[in-house]
Design a binder for this molecule. Structure first.
Ligand code: PEP
Length: 696
């Protein structure tokens, strides 16, 4: 249930982040405008240059998209879930502030694709925050879709893809247009009020002052000029219906007898059953003028064929004049609200072609339509640009899926097949090894080891006596495997004096997670090394359980041991409860990932793994040889997944847990068991020798 919950949360988070990042990346200018709205609401408007805000917009969408993809594929699970949690911890209070103060009506978290109210956004974020907490609680429970060795492909492809989407949308136009002016939309219909619908009602209250007394008035009882205006407040009385397009207007200014006169051309333009070109530029002063020749050619073409052509801008007379001077523009320039123009087309300037109020085409200044000489005499009806394009929204979505989802889906399938075939291959190889070779020449690649773990047994004198006895015995009858004894710290220096370390390696049972300093009672890796020992056991279940050694602490210990040239025997294994819940694989995987999978291949090769089911340690209950082999093979497969087949084949994996001379031969005969870590039975030379002889 826990795993299911974590993975459900992870999938929801992943999909929401992917959607949110993608719709922002598809419309980088829209995201830039939204960030500017936020800065404005925080009284920080104009603090950052436009280019910086645009870079933030591209960065934000790429971050959200990539976090979503990484979470979906379970890449860098701990880091990704922490970053997702951090994003949610930041966004949730911001959206609470938005919901309470309402400085921006739409938070823009899904661009223009899905519009939520501020309260809806806040509650959505609360839910996502809770899910992020669940995933961060146990990040390693997220199952993978691709193996670690192939993750780099997903990472690089996702980053490149989302940046390419942003840059392409900036160069051209948003690849998916969710605004009410998209190609195919009818502006007249977008402006229409459905029958019976009411407009929202507002009431404005004016505060005026006379003789030091302030009073509130409405438009109905507005007083005479003896009152001085102080302030005005507008309150929305009823919600009403606001059509998707409610601020589109085209106003032409002309010099008349009484000065400048204004004409509203909106209805005329929208009712025109022929074509109208609209050159849209919110600010002509900032417009890109590099393609003015193409714009002028389109204007001449429209004159030749009797089509209307207007430039819509919010620029002042000076701005308009400057544009005329710079580009030789002769077309009429009309006024429209700048926000409306930014909504109409994400390009400055951009070209829009209307017919009967419907948007037939939209082009950025980088991609303006070119009418070739031989086409110049043809009317728009006979040209491709005069018709709605064939690329429908589902077609565009399909193309995007083909470019991104399909390669990743193929990669996932190939990766899973590769893992499966290499597992089969390994299994087959192992089976062949057993049937075709003898015990001693199988597993030749990796070292066979029998290691003793004395735990907190033997005083100095007894320990020395045991080590001496073992030394003599094995000198006389050379073992067929590596032998190691791991003793309490106090024995190390004395035993190192006489032990023939070509035959028996010496090791400690632990070392500190700190290099040196005021850590009373601790023994550092450097100190262990200085006794003459070569090995150290780390991660033993007794230390994990009784001394609360966490994966993080063990990670440090492993690093310090290796820094001091100690060979680490790293213990992993599940409890009885975990075995009964069928979680042994997850547990050992998490233990490896938590403490040793951070190592480079070179350093990992120096590690000896000891699989010790906790329920078998010192209990007299041994795992059956089949049970042990199954999990040893699994451990080898995850090492292969992480470091490749060659490293996995060379890694020594010991079994520990009530191993005795009587059961050692059967256990050691298994292809993936390379020896044992022996507790109780290592305290008597004869018992220990019996196990060592299992390799003979
Ligand atoms: C151990 O603690 O490492 C161990 C394997 O103990 P035992 O052999 O006594 O079960």
């Amino acid at each position: 249930m826990k795993k299911l919950l974590i993975n459900c949360c992870r999938l929801v988070l992943a999909l929401v982040f992917i959607l949110s990042g993608f719709v922002k990346a598809v419309d980088p200018l829209g995201t830039q405008y939204k960030i500017e709205d936020y800065l404005e609401a925080m009284h920080l408007g104009g603090v950052l240059p436009e280019m910086v805000v645009l870079a933030l917009s591209v960065g934000q969408s790429a971050l959200e998209f990539c976090l979503g993809i990484f979470m979906l594929f379970a890449i860098r699970r701990r880091l990704t879930s922490k970053l997702v949690l951090l994003v949610m911890l930041l966004m949730t209070p911001i959206t609470l502030w938005l919901a309470m103060t309402n400085p921006i009506s739409d938070c823009g978290c899904f661009g223009d694709a899905v519009v939520l109210t501020n309260w809806q956004t806040f509650w959505k974020n609360v839910a996502l925050l809770l899910m992020a907490v669940v995933v961060t609680w146990r990040p390693l429970e997220q199952f993978r879709f691709v193996s670690r060795s192939n993750q780099w492909i997903v990472i690089n492809y996702s980053v490149l893809f989302i940046l390419a989407v942003s840059l392409w949308s900036l160069y051209d136009l948003p690849q998916l247009d969710f605004r009410p002016y998209h190609v195919g939309a009818n502006i007249k219909e977008g402006m229409a009020m459905p029958e019976g619908a009411e407009q929202p009602q507002f009431e404005t209250t004016f505060i005026l002052e006379k003789d030091g007394v302030q009073r509130e008035f409405t438009l109905d009882d507005y007083p005479d000029s003896t009152w001085t205006f102080v302030d005005a407040r507008t309150v929305q009385l009823s919600e009403g219906y606001v059509p998707p397009i409610h601020d589109f207007s085209i106003v032409q200014q002309e010099e008349g007898e009484d000065g400048i006169e204004q004409y509203d051309l909106t209805d005329e333009v929208l009712a025109d059953t022929s074509y109208t070109f609209l050159l849209v530029s919110p600010y002509l002063e900032k417009a890109d003028d590099s393609r003015f020749d193409l714009i002028n050619e389109l204007y001449e073409y429209s004159l030749d064929h009797g089509y209307s052509f207007y430039c819509l801008t919010s620029s002042s007379d000076e701005g308009q004049q400057e544009w005329r001077n710079m580009t030789g523009a002769e077309y009429p320039i009309c006024l429209t609200d700048p926000i409306t123009l930014k909504t109409v087309i994400r390009s400055n300037p951009g070209m829009v072609l209307l017919k009967d109020g419907r948007v037939i085409g939209k082009w950025s200044h980088n991609n303006l339509p070119v009418i070739e000489q031989e086409e110049a005499t043809l009317p728009l009806e006979q040209l491709e640009i005069g018709h709605l394009p064939n690329d429908s929204v589902p077609g565009k979505i399909l193309r995007l899926l083909l470019w991104f989802v399909l390669p990743l889906a193929l990669l996932t399938i190939a990766d899973r097949l590769w893992m499966w075939t290499s597992w089969l291959h390994r299994k087959k190889k192992n089976e062949n090894t057993i049937t075709l070779t003898t015990l001693n020449n199988k597993k030749t690649m990796r070292k066979k080891i029998v290691a003793g773990n004395w735990k907190m047994n033997m005083n100095l004198q007894d320990g020395i006596a045991l080590a001496k006895e073992l030394n003599e015995t094995l000198k006389a009858d050379k073992p067929n495997c590596g032998v190691v004894i791991c003793t309490p710290f106090i024995h190390l220096a004395s035993i190192a004096q006489f032990l023939d370390q070509d035959i028996i390696g010496l090791g400690a049972e632990n070392c500190a997670d700190k290099e040196k300093g005021a850590y009373t009672g601790e023994v550092s890796a450097e100190m262990v090394k200085s006794t003459g020992a070569q090995y150290v056991i780390l991660g033993h279940s007794e230390r994990r359980e009784y001394y609360k050694e966490t994966p993080e602490i063990l990670k440090e210990k492993v690093l310090l041991a290796q820094k001091n040239d100690l060979k680490v025997i790293f213990c992993i294994g599940e409890s009885l409860e975990e075995r009964e819940a069928g979680k042994q694989n997850e547990v050992v995987k998490a233990e490896l990932e938590g403490s040793v999978f951070n190592l480079s291949e070179e350093d990992f090769r120096k590690i000896v793994i000891a699989y010790e089911p906790i329920w078998a340690i010192g209990t007299g209950k041994t795992a059956t040889a089949e049970q042990a082999e199954e999990i040893h093979a699994y451990i080898r497969s995850i090492i292969a997944e992480k470091y490749g087949e060659a490293v996995a084949d060379d890694t020594t994996i010991l079994y520990g847990g009530s191993c005795k001379a009587s059961n050692a031969p059967e256990l050691f005969a298994k292809p993936d068991i390379d020896g044992g870590l022996i507790g109780g039975a290592s305290l008597k030379a004869a018992d220990f020798k019996g196990i060592i002889d299992a390799w003979k």
